[in-house]
Design a protein around this ligand. Structure first.
Ligand code: FPP
Length: 262
């Protein structure tokens, strides 16, 4: 986020979109972008570097993406940082990632706070190292009232686990007599997800060419437009984000209905 824009961050959308690349239509930007940041390992392998160097560069790509999304007036960015399945990676890589998350949080919290980013971590946070849990709690609390972009970091997140958890929470409310089963509708269900209160993503970007959802936001992506790019996540830059947004703006969104012009 350029300093000049930060001061007027929440007052004037015109100022915010001033830096919007010309081909983008400011009226048709996605409100919420989700990203599956894939290809860190391959990026490192192509350079004969250890896999973890790919993750380090991946953090830089995430920072770039957050800045651009914020500068261009996108309301929320949700990134898949660590899945429930990622624990099966080699122990060294898992430890590296946990330490990397701690370092990034420590290093970037001041800037996130100042730049009005509201950060939240979505997933089952209890199995994470205690120090990381403390930093997450601090970052969440210190940015909770920030009025800029919502930055959601999915950590120890799994879409199926999230759905099971929501069903269990609803069942518990029914068992306590607080809720009638007939009152369970899509709104009530969505309110028990980690993403409660956040609009569903309009656009999902997946890097490195894989054509899978990989247990990410299974409920929330119901009507998202998918953009799959061959770019490896550490190389994801402004041009790649612009390409994704232009692809999105070229889509006819019908939400199960019909094209009004066709
Ligand atoms: C997968 O690449 C990517 C990850 C496991 C994400 C790592 C997390 C970050 C870069 C961001 C962390 C950010 C914060 C804010 C704490 P891969 O290893 O699956 O790549 P490959 O498919 O090429 O092996």
């Amino acid at each position: 986020m350029s300093r000049a824009l930060v001061s007027g961050f929440n007052q004037a959308p015109v100022t915010r979109s001033a830096s919007l690349p010309v081909p983008l239509d400011p009226a048709r930007l996605p409100r919420h972008v989700a990203v599956i940041m894939d290809g860190n390992g391959r990026w490192a392998r192509q350079r004969n570097l250890p896999r973890v160097m790919g993750h380090r560069q991946g953090v830089e790509a995430l920072k770039r993406t957050l800045r651009r999304c914020s500068d261009w007036g996108i309301g929320a960015l949700t990134a898949y940082a660590f899945s429930t399945e990622n624990w099966s990676r080699p122990g060294e890589e898992v430890s590296f990632l946990m330490t990397l998350f701690e370092r990034v949080l420590q290093r970037e919290l001041g800037a996130l706070e100042q730049e009005q980013v509201r950060i939240r971590f979505l997933g089952d946070l209890e199995p994470l190292p205690t120090r990381l849990q403390e930093l997450i709690a601090e970052a969440t609390a210190r940015t909770a009232t920030n009025t800029g972009i919502h930055f959601n970091v999915c950590t120890n997140y799994g879409g199926r686990a999230e759905l099971v958890r929501a069903a269990r929470l609803l069942a518990q409310r029914v068992a306590r007599g607080e809720l009638d089963p007939d009152q369970i509708d899509e709104t009530a269900f969505a309110a028990e997800l980690h993403t409660a209160g956040e609009a569903d993503p309009d656009l999902l970007i997946r890097t490195s060419g894989e054509q899978r959802i990989s247990n990410f936001l299974l409920w929330q992506l119901a009507y998202a437009e998918l953009h799959i790019t061959e770019v490896l996540w550490p190389d994801f830059d402004e041009a790649a984000l612009l390409a994704a947004l232009l692809d999105y703006q070229g889509r006819q969104r019908r939400f199960g209905g019909v094209d009004p012009l066709g």
